[in-house]
Design a binder for this molecule. Structure first.
Ligand code: PLP
Length: 385
């Protein structure tokens, strides 16, 4: 087998060895249920409480504002459906964007079927919403504004502090899906005016199966499932202690290394984009003109079939992605690129390269080395060159 290079960190990340080490005891000897009163239970409870404090500190929140969930999708569902169900009766509207992850899009569609009114804000060619558009559509009947921090396909960041300000002025609550940005760029819920925030462990080097919903004190959220009083009753069910401990460790590591990692990933991304630009004609870097996550690059190659491109780079040992992982297998062009004004054929020929912990120059140079010949061959097949 060829040497493999992983460039799909926005889909999921490797679990760091320090994280495995931290969580392992809670899968073996320390298996207590955190609701039990005996020593096993108290040990689990203590680990959970300490982890909650770490996550809260990382987000700039209070421990009691942290709700552990199973994943980012669940956090998004609880935020949107749970808050809309609790909102005052005269507030039946919510606002989001056309470039959200399916966890928000599908929840939005469900809320519309339930009778709520939705507005999906468009974006410009750089994947950014227009704040004046938001000012135009928001009104006193708006209960919730949910706008993602970093886009999972392009890495483009929205001006969420300003969004929060506009939402609050209109008397609405502000939620952000920060699944892609937490751990990659500095973030503070209090300073940024965020009322609810979703995050997911497996995007920041913790395992799959653990997520967080931050809910600011005083924001009412109706639970979507019923059972015990775990997680303030917002997310009942015995907590995943090993996952929670792992998440706290991953968060600690991310906090420690955020500046160095940002510098490293920005340099690698620029090296990749410059290298590709010099070697391949007619390539578009989607969202390059906007503030972006340091390690995400999304490029379109007109005349190239995206799926064939993905398979071809995979044969060369490069694991990348077209669109988001959750829509892979779906031949529809990316809804994000379409919203940015990309024509469907070009959008179909795009590649997302996402970097993270463990990405190095060798891998980047491998992409720069193998991509030109692949693009040339696929363009020849499609008859575009
Ligand atoms: N929101 C965004 C922006 C994402 O990128 C993802 C996953 O790709 C999710 C939500 C869903 O997170 P999870 O995989 O933890 O359910």
């Amino acid at each position: 087998m060829k040497k493999q290079y992983y460039f799909d960190h926005n889909a999921t990340t490797p679990v760091r060895p320090e994280v495995v080490e931290a969580m392992l005891p809670y899968l073996t000897d320390l298996y207590g249920n955190s609701s039990s009163v005996h020593t096993f239970g108290r040990v689990a409870r203590l680990a959970m409480d300490e982890s909650r404090e770490t996550v809260a500190r990382f987000l700039g929140a209070e421990p009691e504002e942290i709700v552990f969930t199973g994943c980012g999708t669940e956090s998004d569902n609880i935020a949107l459906s749970g808050y809309m169900a609790s909102a005052p009766e005269d507030k039946n509207k919510f606002i989001t964007t056309k470039v959200e992850h399916s966890a928000i899009m599908k929840t939005g569609e469900k809320l519309e079927r339930d009778g709520y009114m939705a507005t999906y804000l468009g974006v410009d060619s750089q994947c950014r919403i227009d704040l004046d558009n938001l000012r135009d559509v928001i009104d006193g009947n708006t209960a919730l504004v949910s706008i993602m921090h970093a886009n999972n396909e392009t890495g483009v960041l929205q001006e969420i502090e300003q969004v929060a300000h506009i939402a609050h002025e209109a008397g609405a609550v502000f939620h952000t899906d920060a699944v892609q940005s937490v751990g990659k760029i500095p973030l503070n819920v209090k300073e940024m005016g965020i009322d609810m925030l979703s995050m997911s462990g497996h995007k920041l080097n913790a395992p799959k199966g653990i997520g967080v919903l931050y809910v600011k004190k005083g924001i009412p959220v109706t639970p979507l499932t019923y059972g015990g009083s775990h997680e303030h009753g917002i997310r009942p069910g015995t907590e995943n202690i090993a996952g929670i401990v792992a998440l706290a460790k991953a968060v600690e590591l991310a906090m420690e290394g955020i500046e160095k990692e940002t510098e490293k990933l920005s340099a690698l991304r620029d090296r990749l984009e410059n290298g590709i630009e010099n070697a391949i004609e007619n390539v578009l870097f989607n969202g390059r003109g906007a503030p972006r996550l340091p390690g995400t690059s999304n490029m379109s190659f007109p005349g190239v079939d995206g799926e064939a491109l993905l398979f071809s780079v995979d044969i060369e040992g490069i694991a990348a992605s077209t669109g988001s992982a959750c829509t892979t297998g779906d031949v529809e062009p990316s809804h994000v690129l379409i919203a940015m004004g990309c024509d469907p054929k070009t959008a179909q020929g795009s590649l997302r390269v996402s970097m993270g912990w463990g990405t190095n120059v060798e891998g980047v140079d491998r992409i720069i080395e193998c991509l030109p010949a692949i693009v040339k061959r696929l363009r020849a097949i499609s008859g575009s060159v």
